[in-house]
Write a protein that binds this ligand. Structure first.
Ligand SMILES: *Cc1c(COP(=O)(O)O)cnc(C)c1O
Length: 388
């Protein structure tokens, strides 16, 4: 029976220390959250700028619902594409300095749709080994010769590209690696792409809104434009605190995706009120640049504090600050211990990260107070799993 077979499989997952479970949140996102009738300090959200519950974003969502209702009613190509979606696309294009932008319902769907639209049989997709699951799945779905290169290793990529024969080559990378927090070497990757006639696609889910003077993301951080990164993906559910994703690039790219990206064509458009709320978030990126400054100040303070405690950090200038533990059970035990002390930090295990690299994935947000950070550092100093 299905039930028995699955129970046996679940038992194996649990034995390996890999069982995933959900915790039921009782409050909006914020530096403190409610869980099981307790107030916890939240160090695991991707709401880096603390915009998810910002009063102006919430108000824009409310007004959007009054104007547009709850659902969009159809896909973009049928009758679900509203003035709210269209205005957001135009603002995202202008914000990223690209000709056009195209909204997708989620980042996962954007990545599946873009990769499988741009590359097909006879082509080749080259991906960083640590790319997000949605990019790897997009590569598999494309049915191309799909190859992974060593993490952030441009010479390893160049060796593979040198053997590329026929068809189009598409290079795909995270801008900020979601479980490590480090940046892809976008300048050298763009140069490699240019030299070999390959196309470069960057998924900036964790850089967009956070990096660069204006929050333009890893492209702005490295001073790269649309010639260097012709296919730019950003998500709207992380630093922008809303929901959805977009692809930005030249008009031909967008027109082509509208014809060919199946995860764009065959799905219901985002609720227009969500597009309206996201427009307000985008405005706040410009008006409240102190959020980015505060976040980067916290990142520096956290790293300095952790280093003085001898806690090993990974090289990350982003709000993603993982603490590597290696063993799955140790990572889970550290997460549980911290939870008991009032700190919510997620333990990340394989297959999300490579075998033997289980970790605490700690994230910071602009709304964390100095006292929150001090309390966190004090707890990390005492955590038994983190003692050398
Ligand atoms: C979260 C994430 C996605 C998926 O975006 P959603 O909008 O949550 O589906 C894609 N790529 C990366 C690197 C991510 O971290």
């Amino acid at each position: 029976m299905l039930k028995d077979t699955l129970a046996a499989r679940l038992g194996k997952i649990a034995q390996a220390g890999l069982l995933r479970c959900r915790r039921v949140l009782e409050s909006p996102q914020g530096p403190t959250v409610r869980l099981a009738d307790r107030t916890l300090l939240n160090f695991c959200s991707n709401d880096y700028l603390s915009l998810a519950a910002h009063p102006r974003v919430v108000e824009a969502l409310r007004r959007g619902a009054e104007r547009w209702g709850a659902g969009s009613g159809a896909s973009h190509l049928v009758c679900g594409h509203t003035v709210a979606h269209h205005a957001l696309e135009e603002e995202l294009a202008s914000f990223t300095g690209r000709e056009r932008a195209l909204l997708f319902s989620t980042g996962y769907m954007a990545n599946l749709g873009v990769i499988s639209a741009l590359a097909g049989r006879g082509d080749a997709v080259y991906e960083d080994r640590l790319n997000h699951a949605s990019l790897l799945d997009g590569g598999l779905l494309s049915g191309t010769r799909f190859q992974r290169y060593a993490h952030a290793d441009v010479s390893a990529l160049n060796e593979k590209l040198a053997e590329h024969r026929g068809g189009q080559a598409l290079i795909v990378t995270d801008g900020v690696f979601s479980m490590d927090g480090d940046l892809a070497p976008l300048g050298p990757l763009a140069a490699a792409a240019r030299e070999r006639g390959a196309w470069l696609m960057v998924d900036d889910a964790h850089g967009f809104g956070v990096l660069g003077k204006h929050g333009g993301g890893s492209a702005e951080y490295f001073g790269l434009g649309s010639k260097d990164i012709p296919v730019l993906v950003g998500t709207l559910g992380k630093a922008l605190g809303a929901f959805g994703a977009f692809v930005a690039g030249d008009g031909e790219l967008i027109d082509y995706l509208i014809q060919k990206a199946r995860s764009y064509i065959y799905t219901t458009a985002l609720p227009p009120a969500v597009a309206a709320a996201t427009r307000e978030s985008l405005r706040l990126l410009g008006e409240e640049s102190w959020r980015r400054d505060r976040l980067h100040d916290l990142i520096h303070r956290f790293r300095a504090g952790a280093e003085s405690l001898g806690i090993p950090l990974l090289p990350s200038v982003t709000p993603i600050q993982p603490i590597l533990l290696g063993d799955n059970r140790r990572a889970v035990a550290a997460g549980e211990w911290l939870l008991q002390k009032g700190f919510w930090i997620s333990a990340i295990r394989p297959p999300t990260v490579p075998e033997g690299t289980a970790r605490l994935r700690l994230t910071l947000s602009a709304a964390h107070e100095d006292a929150h950070l001090d309390a966190l550092l004090a707890a990390l100093a005492e955590c038994p799993e983190l003692r050398p």
